[in-house]
Ligand binder design. Structure first.
Ligand SMILES: Nc1ncnc2c1ncn2[C@@H]1O[C@H](COP(=O)(O)OP(=O)(O)OP(=O)(O)O)[C@@H](O)[C@H]1O
Ligand SMILES: [Mg+2]
Length: 261
């Protein structure tokens, strides 16, 4: 595992709003890198830039040997970059289909080979089904495989999103608020699940999260954004007691007591 993801001096402007202002971030392979900051700080914009969804106004973004700003999203997925979204984007498909979609780039059999059910296409379909069932088992979705994904409880939909991203077998996985909207028990379960997946040793994670308890228990590195700028970068314990960080969180919905280790 050695795919590097990094942004250098990235600025993203939306009209007069600078969502990101000269932001540099380097994600080391193998860790769990948290990105935190108050609402509107630019966290999701940074994820959209890192995953090639948004163009940059200036600066560079590199993943493996690819210039992210010039690469189509499916090329980035093929190179090993997958993500989940802050707002769930599952379509009107079953859980099984939603997860299978994440494997799309791993599928080689063309339409004709699939239609003719050649041995290669059959083997591929079997491997895909096994992978989906394995992921569903691991994420507690095995009983929901044939249900419409958007009809599941919110916490389960978040798990489907995660399963879909994992199905791509990414080297680097970007997670935008994976426990937002979950209750305490669901949050603990998801934290444990992410720790288990990370412990397998083949996935680097980048995590946007407001829950400092989760950040402190999972992250190996932490970057703090405020008004589109990096105000602290280092170990989670270091940034959690950084005066700039405490100041940035004053008066925020995500209160400073959550930041205090
Ligand atoms: N597509 C867009 N068009 C215009 N403005 C945008 C767009 N995306 C983000 N912004 C603005 O950029 C700033 C940063 O937004 P962003 O969503 O990145 O923040 P965030 O840190 O993810 O916030 P939250 O914690 O609420 O998810 C905000 O002022 C937001 O209104
Ligand atoms: Mg966001």
């Amino acid at each position: 595992m050695n795919a590097q993801l990094r942004a250098e001096q990235v600025t993203v402007s939306f009209g007069a709003v600078k969502a990101l202002d000269d932001v540099s971030i380097s994600v080391s392979p193998g860790g769990i890198h948290a990105v935190i900051g108050p609402n509107g700080a630019g966290k999701s914009t940074l994820f959209n830039v890192l995953s090639g969804v948004y163009p940059v106004t200036s600066g560079t973004v590199v993943f493996a040997d690819l210039d992210v700003t010039k690469s189509r999203p499916h090329k980035l997925v093929r190179a090993g970059l997958a993500r989940t979204y802050q707002n769930i984007v599952l379509g009107h498909v079953t859980v099984e289909e939603a997860i299978l979609l994440g494997r799309h780039h791993l599928t080689r059999a063309g339409f004709l080979r699939c239609a003719l059910r050649t041995p290669g296409a059959r083997a591929e379909a079997k491997a895909a089904r096994q992978s989906v069932h394995h992921l569903a088992e691991m994420l507690g979705l095995a009983d929901s495989l044939h249900r419409i994904a958007t009809e599941l409880p919110y916490g389960d939909q978040k798990r489907v999103e995660l399963a879909r991203a994992l199905a791509a077998e990414p080297e680097v996985l970007l997670l935008d608020e994976p426990v937002a909207g979950m209750n305490g028990h669901e949050k603990d379960e998801m934290t444990e699940l992410l720790a288990t997946i990370h412990a397998r040793g083949d996935t680097t994670m980048v995590l946007v999260e407001h829950d400092m308890r989760m950040v402190l228990s999972l992250a190996t590195h932490c970057t703090v954004l405020d008004f589109g700028r990096v105000i602290a970068d280092g170990s989670p314990a270091y940034v959690a007691s950084h005066p700039e960080v405490l100041r940035a969180y004053l008066g925020s919905a995500h209160a400073p007591r959550e930041v205090t280790p």
